[in-house]
Design a protein around this ligand. Structure first.
Ligand SMILES: NC(=O)c1ccc[n+]([C@@H]2O[C@H](COP(=O)([O-])OP(=O)(O)OC[C@H]3O[C@@H](n4cnc5c(N)ncnc54)[C@H](O)[C@@H]3O)[C@@H](O)[C@H]2O)c1
Ligand SMILES: [Zn+2]
Length: 274
């Protein structure tokens, strides 16, 4: 794991804040790390809002990440998720993911909760308590709900992954038919706009936050509900809440400390001593 020197952060994070949060990190026995799309940005996976390019350039989330979109054009939505999955498989965890995994090895009570549908926390070696918005690697029937195994296909090479050409090559692939009911189409196990969050992961998360002694909120805009309400559960439980984000967010005014910087730079600096 690489640890950036403190010089890397001095422009964005005041040393006093960093020291204060390092002290919280050193003491925490039941910390919770809540991550959003910004956690994976430095791995080369675009966030929803930071870019008008790449992932969301051709189609808006509303055009693709809804059940209506899937019903209207299953092939388009299916192919687009296959393309995203291929891209994620071609990307690697960044030093921020490594830092979280390292911290969890040192403090086994640490829980990781993510809104991300990628598997980069796991591939860095962390155990994830909850994927609040599901996973690109789980599938189920859109009609009967039966879980389905889907071969993720050959990984794209790093350069082609996520490219326009790769999307063109994948477009118009039809989703498989459900082997359980024989009629339904298989859909990705992600939470689409307008859908409920899976209940058990949500409950596990809530319980972990109610008993946590520190919550680190990394790379989330704090706009997508109900996930955006979770830091307030930790605050309500009396825990310190630290935000790690290069920019101010909806949450910034409410947290104990807001560290302005990227996940890949700030997290290694926070956990270097644990
Ligand atoms: N990797 C993924 O799985 C992925 C990618 C795109 C979107 N999503 C989905 O997007 C939804 C939107 O919510 P969200 O809040 O997670 O994402 P978001 O796109 O709304 O917000 C991303 C946040 O990350 C911050 N950010 C950007 N680069 C960062 C970096 N290097 N380090 C730290 N922070 C950084 C941004 O300032 C922003 O606040 C979620 O439902 C999630 O499932 C997931
Ligand atoms: Zn079915």
């Amino acid at each position: 794991m690489s640890h950036p020197s403190s010089g890397d952060l001095s422009e964005t994070v005041p040393t006093a804040d960093l020291d204060a949060v390092r002290a919280l990190v050193a003491q925490a026995r039941r910390p919770v790390v809540l991550t959003g799309a910004g956690m994976s940005a430095e791995s080369g996976i675009p966030t929803f809002r930071d870019t008008q390019t790449g992932l969301w350039e051709r189609y808006s989330p509303e055009q693709l990440a809804t059940e209506d979109a899937f019903l209207a054009d299953p092939d388009l939505v299916w192919s687009w998720y296959r393309w995203r999955t291929r891209m994620v498989r071609a990307r690697r965890p960044n030093p921020g993911h490594d830092a979280v995994a390292h911290w969890q090895r040192a403090v086994p009570g640490l829980e990781v909760v993510t809104q991300n549908v990628d598997d980069l926390h796991e591939r860095a070696g962390a155990r994830v308590l909850a994927h609040l918005h599901g996973s690109l690697f789980e599938h189920r029937c859109a009609e009967c709900g039966a879980p389905a195994d889907v071969d993720p296909g050959a990984p794209a090479d790093a350069e082609a992954a996520g490219s326009e050409a790769d999307l063109e090559a994948m477009l118009r692939e039809a989703p498989p038919t459900c082997p359980a009911c024989g009629t339904g189409r298989i859909r990705p196990g992600v939470v689409w706009f307008g859908e409920m969050l899976p209940q058990e992961p949500w409950e596990r998360t809530y319980e972990a936050l109610e008993r946590c002694d520190l919550a680190l909120v990394v790379g989330t805009s704090g706009l997508v509900q109900p996930a955006a309400s979770l830091p307030f559960v930790a605050l309500g439980a009396g825990a310190a809440v630290v935000e790690v984000n290069p920019v101010e967010t909806e949450l910034s005014g409410a947290v104990t400390h807001a560290l302005r910087g990227s996940a890949g730079a700030v997290l290694p600096a926070l956990v270097a001593g644990v």
